[in-house]
Design a protein around this ligand. Structure first.
Ligand code: PMP
Length: 309
């Protein structure tokens, strides 16, 4: 669904609330040319106690951390971003939504050095359902190993959520879709499993859970972190610094993706090879169920992860 079909009318831009269609930037904006923006994707869930933002503090912390290596000095305090976000949710009557803060180098000159460009910040919020489709949550998705490799952390900071590296995600995802798959799995420069274009990956084998470690060229996903905690609390052993080879994907009992957009999505085939029974596995189902019970607040557990609007 495109923005034109959505009932949203306001964007927060550099400290002001502006009409949706007036949230414009100049075509010579530095970050548009060089991919030097940093951003976040955050979900707010519809709960009995009203809209609940999932892990706001961790997302905002990652936004400021992402800005650091780019020497991008966000001109607003985290508290101002929180108030702006809450007002966007309240005033647009969004029971649930996806929240997109972005900080970028603006318009001044187009040398690669952004030194005289102003730092600008925007926040938008809009309704967004299941990223890979409702059906995907139950049935699982068909994925392929991308022919593109993820950058090595010595080439670009892979732990940072900057816009430039998403060229890699876009290429991998579109290659998969062109070939009839829903999503890609991207290997790192050494050929070990890194992650999806916008998701972290988990593997289940013999009742234990594995996910690539931080040195495998992954983004340290906040859903990944949540899933690790939930799985451990459910009694599972989780190896969160694993190194997973391509071959181990095909022989896994279960695989699933996690991400703010993708939530917890089972993977049913990789390169047309059925994973386990070729449908959502029991461990994935249990953790997915628990995840949705948590984020939709059907339990009081993990209350500290939620900010109510
Ligand atoms: N890896 C990549 C490359 C991503 O874009 C995302 C989405 N932000 C993730 C992993 C998952 O991170 P999170 O759970 O924080 O959304």
């Amino acid at each position: 669904m495109g923005f034109e079909d959505m009932d949203v009318d306001t964007i927060w831009l550099d400290g002001e609330f502006v009409d949706w269609e007036d949230a414009q930037i100049h075509v010579l904006t530095h970050s548009l040319h060089y991919g030097t923006a940093v951003f976040e994707g955050i979900r707010c869930y519809d709960t009995e106690d009203g809209p609940a933002i999932f892990r706001w503090d961790e997302h905002v912390e990652r936004l400021y951390e992402s800005a650091k290596p780019l020497e991008l000095d966000i001109q607003h305090e985290p508290e101002e971003l929180r108030e702006a976000t809450e007002q966007l949710i309240r005033e647009q009557d969004l029971p649930s939504c996806y929240i997109r803060p972005i900080a970028f180098y603006g318009y001044d000159s187009l040398g690669v050095s952004p030194k005289d460009c102003p730092t600008r910040t925007a926040i938008a919020a809009w309704p967004w359902g299941a990223y890979l489709g409702e059906e995907a949550l139950e049935e699982g998705v068909d994925v392929m190993i991308s022919s593109w490799r993820k950058h090595h952390p010595s080439q670009i900071p892979t732990n940072v959520k900057a816009t430039g590296p998403y060229v890699n995600s876009m290429l991998a995802g579109e290659e998969a879709r062109r070939n009839g798959y829903v999503e890609a799995i991207v290997l790192n420069k050494d050929g070990q499993v890194a992650e999806g274009p916008g998701e972290n990956l988990f593997l289940v084998r013999d009742g234990e859970i594995f996910t690539p470690g931080l040195s495998e060229s992954i983004l340290e996903g906040i859903t990944r972190d949540s899933l690790i905690e939930i799985a451990r609390d459910q009694g599972y052993t989780v190896h969160d610094q694993a190194s997973i080879s391509r071959g181990e994907l095909y022989t896994a009992d279960e695989l699933f993706f996690t991400g703010t957009a993708a939530e917890v999505t089972p993977i049913r085939t990789v390169d047309d090879v059925e994973i386990g029974s070729g449908s959502r596995g029991p461990v994935t189902e249990e953790l997915q169920q628990r995840f949705f019970d948590v984020v939709e607040r059907r339990t009081d557990d993990y209350e500290e992860w939620f900010s109510y609007v």
